[in-house]
Design a protein around this ligand. Structure first.
Ligand SMILES: Cc1cc2nc3c(=O)[nH]c(=O)nc-3n(C[C@H](O)[C@H](O)[C@H](O)COP(=O)(O)OP(=O)(O)OC[C@H]3O[C@@H](n4cnc5c(N)ncnc54)[C@H](O)[C@@H]3O)c2cc1C
Length: 467
C-alpha cells in the first residue's frame, strides 16, 4: 500500500461524532474536513439536470441562475424590464452572503466596486456619541471566513449580470410573465406565448404574482408605519467641509439611532459616493406621496439631530422616499413545479441588512437541495426540504429585523439608557457575552453570519431519509 493510499484510508475512517442538538460549533473542524474530502475528486454537480425557467433578473434571481447553472442545470431567465437596473443607492453584502458569492466565483466581478468597512459604529442621534461598535475587520473575516462589503446596487447587479453572461445563461429582457401553470411547469408571457420547464423559480420581487399563484391569495403585509429617504451624496462636497469630512476618512458604517428613526451611512463606488438612508415613521399612504416634498420633509423630521447628520442632509439635492414593507412569514413557497424565493418569499424590514443576503442564501440552498435528487421524480421532496429550511431561517431573520427596529428606535429614557449601558463593553473594547447590538451579540452574530445554508439542507435531507 502506497503512503498516499494509507493516508486516504486513515482520513476515510470517519469517526462517528454525534451532532449536538444545541447550538454549538465544536464540530466545525469535522465539517470542514468532510467537505474537503468529499469535494476531492467528486463532482459537486447534481445527478439530475433540469430545464429551469427563472423569472426575475434582480439580485436574487441572477444569483440563483448562476448557482443553478454551475450545478449542471439548464437555466433561462425572463425579466420584464428592458434593461437590468437597481435604484441608485447602496447595499450591504454581509459575510453570510459574500461567502456564497465568492464560492460562485463572483469575487473578481465585485472586488473593483466594493468597499470593505472596518466597523459598524452606532451613534447617539443628538450628538454622534459612539454607543455601539461592531468590528468587522479583522473579526468577521476571522470568524466567518468571508468579508463584509458595501457596494452600489447597480454595481452589484452588473457584477451578477456579467457573471451570468460568462456562464452562458440565456437572459431574456423585456419579457413579462403574466401567469403560471405550476402543475405543468409553464409560464405564460404577456405576449401570450407559453414556455415550459421541469422547474419554474420565481424571484419576481416583493409584488410577486407567482406568490399569489402558490398561495391562492396574496401575502398579508403588516403595517410597518415606516419609510426611508434613500440618498446619495457627492463625497467631494463632504470632503470640503471639515465638520463632516471625518465620516469619509476610514471606511466604516455609521448609524445614528434615535426616537423612531435612524440614519445609516457608508461610502460606496470605491469611496466616490456617500450612501445615506434615513428611516422614519410614516403612516400615510405611499400612493399620496409627492416626491418633490421630500427634501423639506426630511430636513424637518431630522431637525435637532447631530449637526453632522443635518449638515449632510443639507448636501442632498434629491431624495427618494421609499415605503418599508413588512411581509409575514409564509407556510409554503412551492406548489407543483413552481417555487418562489428572494423578496417574493420573504419581504422584511431592512434592519438586519439581510434581504438580498437571504436571497443569495436561497440560491445556494435551492441548488444544494436539487443536487440531492437522484431523478426528476424527487422534485417535490427537494422543494419540500428547501422550503422547510428556508422558511425557518428567513422567518428568524424577519424577527431579528423587527427587533432591531425596536432596539434602535427607543425614545430617550430608562430603556434607552439601559440599552446604551449594555453596549459599553464593546465600545471600550472589553470582552462581552451579550449585547443589544445584534451585529455584535456573539450568539446572534454566529447565527446570522456563520450560518451555512448548504449544511442545513444536508441535515434536513438526512433527517428525511431517516424518517
Ligand atoms: C431601504 C432598503 C435597504 C436595504 N438594504 C439591504 C442591505 O443592506 N442588504 C441586503 O442584503 N438587503 C437589503 N435590502 C433588501 C434588498 O434590497 C432586497 O431583499 C433584494 O433587492 C431583493 O431582491 P430580489 O431579487 O428578490 O427582488 P427584486 O430586486 O425586486 O427583483 C425582482 C425582479 O423581478 C422582475 N419581475 C417582477 N415581476 C416580473 C414578471 N411578472 N415577469 C418578469 N420579471 C418580473 C423585476 O423587474 C425585478 O428585476 C434593503 C431594502 C431596502 C428597501
Amino acid at each position: 500500500m502506497s503512503h498516499t493510499q494509507s493516508l486516504n484510508n486513515y482520513l476515510d475512517a470517519k469517526p462517528t461524532l454525534a451532532e449536538p442538538s444545541y447550538p454549538s460549533n465544536c464540530l466545525e473542524f469535522a465539517r470542514h474536513l468532510a467537505e474537503s474530502l468529499s469535494s476531492n475528486g467528486h463532482a459537486k454537480n447534481g445527478k439530475t439536470s433540469l430545464k429551469i425557467i427563472l423569472v426575475g433578473g434582480g439580485l436574487g434571481g441572477l444569483a440563483t441562475a448562476i448557482a443553478l447553472k454551475q450545478s449542471g442545470h439548464h437555466v433561462t431567465v425572463y425579466e420584464k424590464a428592458g434593461e437590468l437596473s437597481e435604484i441608485g443607492a447602496g447595499i450591504q453584502v454581509p459575510s453570510n452572503s459574500t461567502r456564497i458569492l465568492i464560492k460562485l466565483g463572483l469575487e473578481k466581478y465585485l472586488k473593483p466596486f466594493v468597499t470593505e468597512p472596518e466597523a459598524i459604529v452606532i451613534r447617539r442621534w443628538q450628538n454622534g456619541k459612539v454607543i455601539g461598535n461592531t468590528r468587522l475587520i479583522p473579526d468577521f473575516v476571522d470568524s466567518f471566513k468571508a468579508p463584509y462589503y458595501v457596494v452600489h446596487r447597480a454595481d452589484f447587479l452588473s457584477a451578477l449580470h456579467k457573471k451570468a453572461l460568462d456562464e452562458k445563461i440565456e437572459i431574456n429582457l423585456g419579457h413579462k410573465v403574466s401567469g403560471y401553470d405550476p402543475m405543468k411547469g409553464d409560464i405564460i408571457l404577456e405576449d401570450g406565448t407559453t414556455h415550459s420547464g421541469d422547474l419554474i423559480v420565481a424571484a419576481d420581487g416583493i409584488h410577486s404574482i407567482a406568490r399569489k399563484c402558490i398561495l391562492g391569495e396574496d401575502m398579508v403585509f403588516q403595517e410597518s408605519g415606516l419609510a426611508a429617504y434613500r440618498n446619495t451624496v457627492d463625497v467631494k462636497r463632504m470632503r470640503d467641509d471639515p465638520e463632516v469630512s471625518w465620516v469619509l476618512e476610514r471606511p466604516s458604517m455609521n448609524v445614528w439611532v434615535g426616537d423612531a428613526g435612524h440614519a445609516m451611512t457608508y461610502t460606496i463606488g470605491s469611496g466616490k459616493t456617500f450612501n445615506f438612508v434615513l428611516a422614519h415613521p410614516d403612516t400615510t399612504d405611499p400612493s399620496t406621496w409627492d416626491q418633490r416634498d421630500n427634501i423639506g420633509d426630511m430636513k424637518s423630521r431630522f431637525a435637532g439631530w447631530d449637526p453632522v447628520v443635518t449638515k449632510i442632509i443639507g448636501m442632498v439635492d434629491s431624495t427618494l422616499k421609499w415605503p418599508l414593507l413588512n411581509g409575514s412569514p409564509l407556510s409554503r413557497w412551492a406548489s407543483g413545479k413552481l417555487v418562489i424565493l428572494g423578496d417574493a418569499a420573504h419581504p422584511m424590514l431592512p434592519y438586519m441588512s439581510q434581504g438580498a443576503a437571504m436571497a443569495v442564501e436561497d440560491a445556494a440552498a435551492l441548488t444544494r437541495a436539487l443536487s440531492k435528487m437522484e431523478s426528476p421524480a424527487q422534485l417535490e421532496e427537494a422543494l419540500g426540504i428547501f422550503e422547510k429550511v428556508r422558511i425557518k431561517r428567513t422567518g428568524q431573520m424577519h424577527q431579528a429585523s423587527l427587533l432591531n427596529s425596536q432596539l434602535w428606535h427607543l425614545a430617550d429614557g430608562p430603556w434607552q439608557e439601559a440599552r446604551d449601558a449594555a453596549m459599553e463593553p464593546e465600545v471600550k473594547g472589553f470582552p462581552f457575552a451579550h449585547s443589544p447590538n445584534q451585529w455584535s451579540d456573539p450568539a446572534t452574530q454566529m447565527w446570522c453570519y456563520g450560518y451555512d445554508c448548504e449544511k442545513e439542507i444536508d441535515k434536513e435531507w438526512e433527517n428525511s431519509l431517516n424518517k
